[in-house]
Design a protein around this ligand. Structure first.
Ligand SMILES: NC(=O)c1ccc[n+]([C@@H]2O[C@H](COP(=O)([O-])OP(=O)(O)OC[C@H]3O[C@@H](n4cnc5c(N)ncnc54)[C@H](O)[C@@H]3O)[C@@H](O)[C@H]2O)c1
Length: 323
């Protein structure tokens, strides 16, 4: 029975990943500092003898190292995701770079396989649509607060490759495109879909950054988790990067309209546009964000199975009961 450590287990993806791996017979240790994630997301697993929860910070190298060394596989999902709005770039850089380094420092002796959760954000301003894993990463002006998260994840990816090459730590990198479920934080770290759902269910204005014509490719957390498990289990994935998510492209304003239509609240859709400058300072927007999933399909046999509309429908149903 393989032992896996999931960092960020109380978050959106980590908690669903724990469910999936437990159902496949893995022994799962989940670690989280509960800074964003909720214990409620994993409460249903706390009595499972194959599951153990540890409240710890990935910046605490000693504690983290103890658990990394006991694992055959580490799914490193813990991250600070604040993207500009809060202006807390230092936290983002510290947690995502130093925390990732702590993981690899502990794994370099045991050679545990490490899956690193990266992000579509690393493609930055690239116009090379759809984004391919070997494409250029185009980061914007250093004076825009926007880039700390992308830079931290690029740095984490480079750390992963360095430990792979220099210490033979088997690594797999997954670049997630946005996903959500009822377990999302429903704060600015959860991306726009959960925020739009709450606004529409509560008859509040949907806050749109910029003109809303920028596109994103969002999907179900179940597809993301399936792709993650495939990446963990496939030995051909070692040393590789995979885009994982949904390639259904939709504008931000289009997703607000879709949610409004699915929610059928009987109220009018209210939109509030906020100029980027107000949130991010100097800023060029990422106009289109679409993954090329060919490599994930070819190597892992991955493709998304749940439509964006179905995923929204499910999240609205559960969220309605919660609020
Ligand atoms: N959800 C998405 O759409 C998406 C898209 C791209 C990339 N990602 C990446 O996937 C991973 C998981 O994302 P998610 O959406 O589940 O995020 P999330 O915020 O829901 O979960 C992250 C978890 O990490 C924990 N955490 C944060 N700092 C920590 C620290 N110092 N020590 C221990 N735990 C800490 C938080 O409490 C939280 O439970 C992240 O690495 C994120 O960058 C997610």
């Amino acid at each position: 029975m393989k032992k896996i450590l999931i960092t960020g287990v109380c978050g959106l993806i980590g908690s669903h990943l724990a469910d999936a791996l437990l159902s496949k017979g893995y022994r799962v240790t989940g670690l989280d500092d509960l800074s964003v994630g909720k214990l409620n997301n994993i409460r249903h697993n706390l009595r499972d003898p194959k599951f153990k929860f540890v409240k710890a910070d990935i910046l605490d190298a000693k504690t983290l190292g103890r658990f990394v060394r006991r694992a055959d596989i580490v799914a490193h999902l813990a991250a600070a995701k604040k993207i500009g709005e809060s202006g807390n770039a230092l936290d983002t850089l510290t947690v995502n770079i130093d925390g990732t380094r702590n993981i690899f420092e502990a794994a370099k002796n045991t050679k545990a396989k490490v899956l690193l959760a990266s992000t579509s954000d690393v493609y930055g301003l690239s116009n090379d649509i759809p984004f391919r894993e070997d494409g250029d990463l185009v980061i914007g002006s250093p004076t825009a607060k926007r880039w700390a998260y992308a830079v931290s994840k690029i740095c984490a990816e480079q750390l992963a490759f360095s430990y792979y090459k220099e210490y033979k730590v088997p690594v797999v990198i997954v670049r997630y495109f946005g996903c959500f479920s009822p377990r999302a934080s429903f704060t600015s770290t959860s991306g726009h879909i959960p925020l739009f759902i709450d606004a529409i269910l509560n008859d509040k204005a949907v806050v749109i950054h910029g003109d809303g014509k920028q596109t994103r490719s969002m999907g179900s957390v179940d597809d993301v988790v399936r792709g993650t498990v495939l990446a963990i289990q496939n030995h051909k994935a070692v040393g590789e990067i995979f885009n994982i998510g949904n390639d259904e492209e939709i504008s931000v304003i289009g997703s607000a309209r879709l949610i409004h239509k699915i929610a059928s609240t009987g109220k009018k859709l209210k939109l509030k546009f906020i100029p980027y400058k107000k949130i991010f300072g100097t800023y060029e927007d990422i106009r289109r964000r679409v993954p090329c999933l060919d490599k994930a399909k070819r190597v892992l046999g991955y493709r998304p199975e749940i439509s964006l509309a179905d995923s929204i429908r499910h999240t609205i149903k559960i969220r309605r009961e919660a609020i």
